[in-house]
Design a protein around this ligand. Structure first.
Ligand SMILES: [Zn+2]
Ligand SMILES: [Zn+2]
Length: 389
């Protein structure tokens, strides 16, 4: 089959690779009909994600048709149309039973590698480094789906791929970021980053009762999308003092919650941010936490800091005294996608939101190298790329 592979920093190629096979009774093989490039794919594209090997098949947002099932999969049939969540989760361990499927104890065969750094391993991920299991990803013609009796959601309506594909990651990720804020009617929510996750966080914050959402992004077309798709007040952080601006917008009290939809690759022009860039380049600091620092400073007293953007390692100079003094709550983690599949599919079916509206680029799997570059460079108004094999 054809598959998108990682070959090194800024090197992506489409290769001929062996077709996936059923390995366990609970596996299924899915023939992929649509797959997307995610902001977190840029972490390995930029060479910032450890544990990749040349030839690894990438991608974790995909859907398609079940073409083969193991005899342990009783809830799916050949021919079913499914969306596959990006965390690989067994459905039976303690975290999975609690609904925290991104913390599955059983899916990462390389758990010991992560335990050395984190103490415990979270769930394995498709197409996302040997640290997280080394599973082949979904930017390919076919994928092996482990625990297929628990993970995928069957799509029985005739909604287009583009309307349901993002259930695999970015829609639940934006939704969880907003849900973690414990939004009460009338709340003001600030969102850093207007990429796909930021857009869905903005939309979700309104669906959950926020009165006003204020969003920040350096890129003009992403701010425009935050206004037209999300209904947010969208501002270039270079044009304002972010903390002062948020005070002005909230009668002086600061936002009730702050959402980080940027993560470890934030850009800024402050002296501390420049120091982060130097330390990250010298590999003495892994992540650039500019957004995190700014959120802690800006958040209102007793507020919530909700992290959806990915962090992988150590960060420096976090203003802990500020967070402690203001009694802030921190919520974070990979998305527990499985828990949100059904409720969010129902919202799409009801027309509460149209996820397809964020798609700006469509191409063939064969065009993946160019599509990665366009998405990475914020070129050509690129918000989200969907590829079809
Ligand atoms: Zn993703
Ligand atoms: Zn589990």
């Amino acid at each position: 089959m054809r598959a998108v592979t990682w070959q090194g920093t800024h090197k992506i190629s489409v290769e001929n690779v062996p077709d996936p096979q059923l390995l366990n009774r609970r596996d299924a093989i899915v023939k992929i009909t649509s797959t997307a490039i995610c902001g977190s794919d840029l972490h390995f594209y930029d060479g910032r994600m450890p544990g990749f090997e040349k030839g690894d098949i990438v991608g974790h947002e995909f859907m398609g048709e079940v073409i083969e099932i193991g005899d342990g999969v009783t809830n799916l049939e050949v021919g079913d149309r499914v969306v596959v969540p990006f965390p690989i989760s067994c459905g039976a361990c303690e975290p999975c039973v609690r609904g925290e499927t991104s913390l599955c104890d059983n899916s990462n065969p390389n758990a010991y590698l992560v335990e050395a750094a984190y103490g415990y391993s979270p769930a394995a991920l498709y197409g996302y480094s040997h640290l997280f299991g080394g599973y082949a990803g979904g930017q390919a013609e076919y994928a092996r789906v482990p625990f297929a009796d628990f993970g995928p959601i069957k799509i029985e309506s005739n909604l287009s791929d583009e309307k349901v594909l993002f259930l695999s990651d970015i829609l639940p990720t934006g939704y969880q970021a907003a849900e973690q804020c414990g939004i009460k009617p009338g709340d003001v929510i600030a969102v850093w980053g207007c990429g796909p996750v930021g857009l869905f966080a903005i939309k979700s914050a309104y669906l959950l009762g926020a009165a006003k959402v204020i969003a920040f992004d350096h890129v003009g077309y992403r701010r425009e999308k935050a206004r037209t798709f999300g209904g947010a007040i969208a501002v270039d952080p270079k044009d304002v003092n972010v903390v002062e601006f948020l005070k002005e917008q909230t009668g002086g009290r600061g936002p009730d919650a702050c959402i980080d939809a940027v993560g470890m690759e934030s850009h800024a022009t402050s002296a501390l941010a420049a120091l982060d860039e130097i330390k990250q380049f010298a590999k003495v600091e892994q992540d650039r936490p500019h957004v995190l620092r700014e959120m802690i400073q800006a958040c209102g007293k007793g507020g919530t800091i909700s992290l959806a953007g990915v962090y992988t390692g150590y960060v420096d100079m976090i203003p802990m005294g500020t967070a402690f003094g203001k009694g802030l709550t921190f919520k974070m983690g990979q998305t527990n996608v499985h828990k949100y599949l059904r409720p969010l599919l129902e919202r799409i079916e009801r027309g509460d939101l149209d996820p397809a509206a964020i798609v700006t680029h469509r191409c063939s799997l064969e065009d993946a190298p160019a599509a990665y570059k366009t998405f990475h460079d914020h070129a050509d108004g690129c918000e989200k790329v969907v590829m079809t094999p």
